[in-house]
Design a protein around this ligand. Structure first.
Ligand SMILES: [Mn+2]
Length: 344
């Protein structure tokens, strides 16, 4: 392994954190998915991977929780520009549909049938790309951090994990429940990701945290499906206002999860000061520190973090959104490695 000085000035070499490591010599592979074809409100998250790479170079790499974390080996799987092009093209089809619906049209109108079909086919191909890419690294015993893109992107990754792990839970941090059975006619919409992964048998549990912008149907599904444990933002905050500690709330969240945990982190689960340019910002949410405390407590609970994604970071000129995203990416990558380091 090339020598890396974590205290030197950051190097812009196209890799996350400016690390010099190849995929072969690394334990954690960061896979970028520059995709925001179905975003309904503010597009732009397809450019998050590039922006997070740029912002990540100026981080300091000492981690209070993981000894010499920069030696773990974090490698960057190159950004696939064909995916970015497909996202742009698909977004044009999606916009025709979204505009039609916003003008009072119906999902079933013939006028937009071809556009919906094109979006669904492209999303299917995207899922295949993510599945193939992540599956090949999993077979090499690598850990993977997936960086979106909109929140539809982890489907292929969760599917690949389900072929390696016979049962696992998902810790889903998000302002939204993402439980819609398709949205605006799009089967693989950002608003349907958790509905879609629940169809995977190996996903035995879904623990949703910081949820605060939901439909009636989503709440009904959460309440009626035994797999789902629902920690709404309001419920969490009321506990805190009534003098329960954040530590105690974290224990309740973690106790709802099985031994193997996948983390799906929509950045809008955090308070909007951490992600002002995300696709669908919502007031409320977790502070950055609360989120990190939950991640650390999960890692220390004897559970194994088998993978994670960070989605919906909306790049900004100030670089603030991508700065927060990059720090979260580094911390969760390190904790994931720590919970797996006994068997590697
Ligand atoms: Mn969300």
């Amino acid at each position: 392994m090339e020598k890396f000085d974590p205290s030197a000035a950051g190097v812009s070499n196209g890799n996350y954190f400016g690390f010099p490591y190849t995929t072969d010599e690394s334990n954690v592979i960061i896979v970028s998915v520059p995709w925001d074809a179905t975003t309904s409100y503010k597009p732009g998250t397809a450019l998050a991977p590039e922006a997070m790479i740029e912002a990540s170079v100026q981080l300091d790499f000492f981690d209070f929780d993981v000894n010499e974390a920069w030696k773990i080996g974090h490698a960057t799987h190159p950004i696939n520009n064909d995916i970015l092009s497909l996202s742009k093209k698909t977004r044009l089809d999606a916009e025709v549909v979204i505009n039609h619906l916003e003008l009072g049209g119906n999902e079933n109108d013939d006028l937009i049938a071809d556009n919906i079909k094109a979006v669904n086919e492209a999303s299917y191909n995207l899922n295949e790309y993510v599945y193939q890419t992540t599956k090949s690294y999993l077979l090499q015993n690598k850990l993977i951090a997936l960086v979106g893109g909109e929140h539809s992107v982890p489907f292929g990754y969760v599917k690949a994990l389900s072929e390696i792990h016979s049962d696992f839970g998902i810790l889903h941090i998000d302002a939204h429940a993402d439980l819609r059975d398709s949205f605006e006619g799009f089967k693989y919409s950002h608003a349907s990701i958790m509905h879609n992964v629940l169809d995977i048998d190996q996903v035995t549990n879904l623990t949703q945290v910081a949820i605060r912008d939901v439909s009636k149907e989503e709440v009904e599904l959460a309440e009626s499906n035994d797999k789902i444990k629902f920690f709404s933002d309001q419920n969490i905050k009321e506990k805190l206002f009534n003098n329960e500690s954040w530590d105690s709330v974290c224990s309740q969240i973690i106790e709802s999860l099985p031994q193997k945990v996948y983390i799906s982190f929509d950045i809008d689960g955090l308070s909007p000061d951490n992600c002002p340019n995300t696709g669908t910002p919502v007031p409320g949410g977790l502070s950055f520190d609360q989120a990190l405390y939950l991640m650390k407590k999960l890692a220390n609970s004897n559970r194994q973090i088998i993978g994670f994604d960070i989605c919906e970071v909306g790049p900004s000129e100030s670089e603030w959104d991508q700065n927060v995203g990059a720090r979260l990416l580094y911390k969760v990558s390190n904790l994931m490695y720590k919970t797996n380091s006994n068997n590697r």
